[in-house]
Design a protein around this ligand. Structure first.
Ligand code: OGA
Ligand code: MN
Length: 288
């Protein structure tokens, strides 16, 4: 009898990602899932190269990592025709309309849906159709961002909370279900308050929590200019000084990230090329 190939995580040249080898999407058991979970918590991002799996298999696989979250874009252009659990990220047009979310534009550094009270714990993103170049996705560790803060900056984050408005998105469009606010001061708009340094719900490790943009973010209690200066320093430190893993996509690749201790961004790409990604998202805890 053939013995099963052992599941392994091979760390990439960064502190945030490992390649998973020896995992068979057609034949895995509870022990394999347990092991993957452990690696996911250990590394932050797991990569599976050229999986060749179907949408149904992706949904089935994702089910083992928590309850599904429906991303707001799934109720808009990012809905999947048959699998409601899947968010479609695509620049392809269908009948003159976008057939997925995000188009071909660059997405700057963020954690997913930071403007929710309970942002997702994880995302599983699969390359369905990928361009020969462009549209790379980058990851960094927000554990490391916190742990490498210079003393003065770390002290400045101590016990602080961060407010994120949730009325407009990063491109200035009203978010689903929101209307124009009455006040000009975004701090009076609706939004959420999270700890600026969060303790991961499963590992207990501390991670810096910057959300997705400095605009419409406020360090609660600080004068606006001081808040803006501190946020600028924290963003510089995080996005300028951390190790970054760059994913250059092949079809079938899967990136599975822990949204509680990582940030990601993606490059824009040539609009004449088609890039289609299918993503499943799992529920997370309220940051503490
Ligand atoms: C996401 C995202 C990056 C990409 O799915 O949350 O930011 O590479 N996508 O499309
Ligand atoms: Mn994202």
């Amino acid at each position: 009898m053939l013995t099963k190939q052992r599941l392994r995580a091979v760390q990439n040249d960064s502190n945030v990602c490992a390649d998973i080898e020896g995992f068979d999407f057609n034949a895995y058991d509870a022990r394999d899932i347990e092991e993957l979970r452990r690696f996911w918590l250990q590394y932050g991002v797991l990569r599976f190269k050229k999986t060749g799996i179907s949408d149904a298999q992706q949904v089935e696989f994702s089910r083992h990592f928590g309850e599904f979250v429906i991303h707001p874009k799934q109720k808009q252009e990012g809905g999947h025709p048959t699998h409601q659990e899947i968010l479609v990220i695509s620049n392809a047009m269908k009948d003159g309309k976008p057939s997925g979310a995000m188009g071909n534009s660059e997405a700057t550094w963020h954690t997913d849906t930071w403007f929710y009270e309970r942002p997702p714990a994880g995302a599983i993103l699969r390359g369905v159709t990928v361009p020969p170049s462009g549209g790379d996705t980058y990851f960094l560790s927000t554990y490391s961002a916190y742990e490498t803060l210079p003393d003065a900056l770390r002290k400045a984050t101590d016990g602080r909370q961060i407010f994120f408005q949730n009325v407009y998105d990063k491109t200035g469009k009203l978010r689903l279900g929101k209307s124009e606010p009455g006040s000009r001061d975004f701090r009076e708009w609706t939004g959420v308050v999270h700890p600026l340094v969060r303790a991961h719900g499963e590992t207990g490790r501390k991670a810096l929590y910057l959300g997705g943009t400095t605009e419409g973010a406020w360090i609660v209690g600080l004068p606006l200019d001081e808040s803006a200066a501190l946020l600028a320093d924290l963003w510089d430190h995080t996005t300028g000084k951390q190790e970054v893993f760059v994913q250059k996509w092949d079809e079938g690749d899967i990136m599975m990230w822990d949204n509680r201790c990582t940030m990601h961004r993606r490059d824009g790409f040539d609009p004449s090329l088609i890039r289609i990604m299918h993503r499943t998202t799992t529920a997370g805890e309220r940051p503490v």
